[in-house]
Design a binder for this molecule. Structure first.
Ligand code: AMP
Ligand code: GLY
Length: 453
């Protein structure tokens, strides 16, 4: 290892999850991240009787309600390890993909610090589209047919093997902007020129061209300890910035859970045909996948197919999953951090309620968002919760400090009910320089209305 490692706490010190009586003692936890996803995780972690002190870095004003915020440079793995050693941190939970792809979980594991999140090699499932496609090919996982090209000339020539619409993906992490759906060959050629011309930074050094799939999209989550894997529920995101799913792609403008289009039968197929073979393949390749595996799925006429993997919870999908979670989050995440920790694990318990979340974004998003806009939040009741994403505390006043600013979340007996509650809360938020979509959950609301007729 590149760092001077101090030995982990002596065996005389408490070891969470492994006391001789088989009981858990409360743990100190460090959460990494600053988005709405991390606020939801912090909120749920802090509620657990198994959570002693919760630290978060860098956090945000919402996370500060549940955790002690600390400044840490998470690209300095040695500094994170030192913080954990000095503060008896028993578990690190990594929210976003950046530090995972950067190998923070690998460094923590080498230092024998329990961490929820995959190692650098396993995080390639999100970090490299070409890597994921190879895994799919080797493990016979249903996904769009594809080819991978390392040069512009090869990619341009390769287009002939596909038909419009063309799906062109920059290989590496591109903050959700690395996918171009080109309606014509000329547009496809321009996208390839752009990617190899550096328009996507390092992410464009190689590209994947794939078959266009049609169907409804769902997000599916499973947690794994590297060997065992259990479902963690479904959600449906709304990626486009505009109502009716129009305009440019974003990180996600709202979500609801569960996504009932993913029926129990389809979920079982996803586990058997997609998730389990992936986890088995990664273990066999000696890149065990520990953490949450987030599958972006297309429900095609011939069954569920993988669009892409992410190596973390979705944002804003996490907010709706955490709202429904009835199991103890600390024990789940800790179990996933331990070799075979999920062996014989009980299923994750999720409420039968629906949860729906609406993202309130700053004007300009997904382009350059307006910073510093004033925000005033209403009181919430037991059925609603406002998670902070890009907010900042400016001398005691809450202001916008990012693209996605708030995620307003509500639960209900149906998507229709949760949607009514979420928008009532949105309407009580004062955020004049922000906007949101007014139709989050529309597919399921339409289905619920059709059922009632
Ligand atoms: P990704 O970043 O891979 O999730 O892709 C962003 C979006 O592009 C997805 O949510 C899909 O809507 C769309 N997309 C990606 N790949 C395909 C495909 N092969 N066929 C159709 N749509 C796709
Ligand atoms: N909401 C989609 C994502 O987190 O990637």
């Amino acid at each position: 290892s590149a760092f001077a490692l101090s030995p982990r706490r002596s065996s005389a010190n408490r070891r969470p999850g492994s006391s001789s009586k088989g009981e858990f003692s409360a743990m100190n936890i460090l959460l990494i991240g600053s988005g709405g996803r991390e606020h939801a995780l912090a909120w749920k972690l802090a509620q657990s009787p198994l959570c002693d002190t919760l630290y978060a870095t860098p956090g945000n004003p919402g996370i500060a309600q549940a955790a002690t915020l600390i400044p840490l440079d998470v690209s300095d793995h040695g500094a994170v390890i030192t913080f954990c050693d000095e503060n008896d941190v028993d578990l690190v939970v990594i929210g976003p993909e950046g530090p995972l792809v950067d190998g923070l979980a690998s460094s923590l594991r080498i230092a024998e610090i329990a961490v929820f999140g995959p190692d650098r090699e396993a995080a390639q499932l999100e970090g490299s589209k070409a890597f994921t496609k190879e895994v799919c090919r080797s493990a016979a996982i249903p996904t769009a047919a594809y080819e991978h090209y390392d040069t512009k000339a090869a990619a341009l020539a390769g287009l002939a093997g596909f038909t419009a619409p063309y799906v062109i993906k920059a290989d590496g992490l591109a903050a959700g902007k690395g996918v171009i759906i080109a309606e014509t060959q000329a547009e496809a050629e321009a996208a390839i020129e752009d990617m190899f011309g550096g328009g996507f930074g390092d992410a464009g050094a190689s590209v994947v061209i794939e078959e266009f799939m049609t169907g409804e999209e769902v997000s599916f989550f499973a947690i794994s300890d590297g060997t065992n894997v259990i479902p963690f529920g479904s959600a449906q995101d709304h990626k486009r910035v505009g109502e009716g799913d129009t305009g440019p792609n974003t990180g996600g403008m709202g979500a609801y859970s569960p996504a009932r289009v993913l029926t129990p039968e389809l979920e079982a197929r996803v586990m058997k045909e997609i998730i389990e073979p992936t986890v088995a393949h990664m273990a066999q390749k000696e890149m065990p996948y520990q953490g949450v595996l987030f599958a972006g799925l297309m429900l095609t006429e011939t069954g569920p197919k993988l669009i892409e993997y992410n190596c973390r919870f979705g944002d804003p999908e996490c907010q709706v999953l955490m709202t429904r979670l009835d199991s103890d989050l600390v024990s789940l995440l800790h179990a996933a951090s331990q070799e075979n920790g999920l062996a014989g694990a009980a299923p994750v318990k999720l409420s039968d309620d629906t949860a729906l979340t609406v993202v309130m974004a700053a004007n300009g998003y997904p382009g350059t968002p307006e910073k510093g806009g004033a925000i005033s939040l209403p009181a919430t009741d037991g059925a609603t919760k406002i998670f902070h994403a890009g907010t900042a505390d400016q001398g005691g006043a809450l202001v916008a400090n990012g693209g996605r600013v708030l995620t307003v979340t509500a639960r209900g007996k149906s998507v229709t009910e949760a949607q009514v509650r979420a928008y009532a809360c949105v309407d009580a938020v004062a955020f004049p320089s922000g906007f949101c979509r007014r139709d989050i959950g529309w597919r399921e609301v339409a289905r619920e209305q059709a059922e009632r007729r």
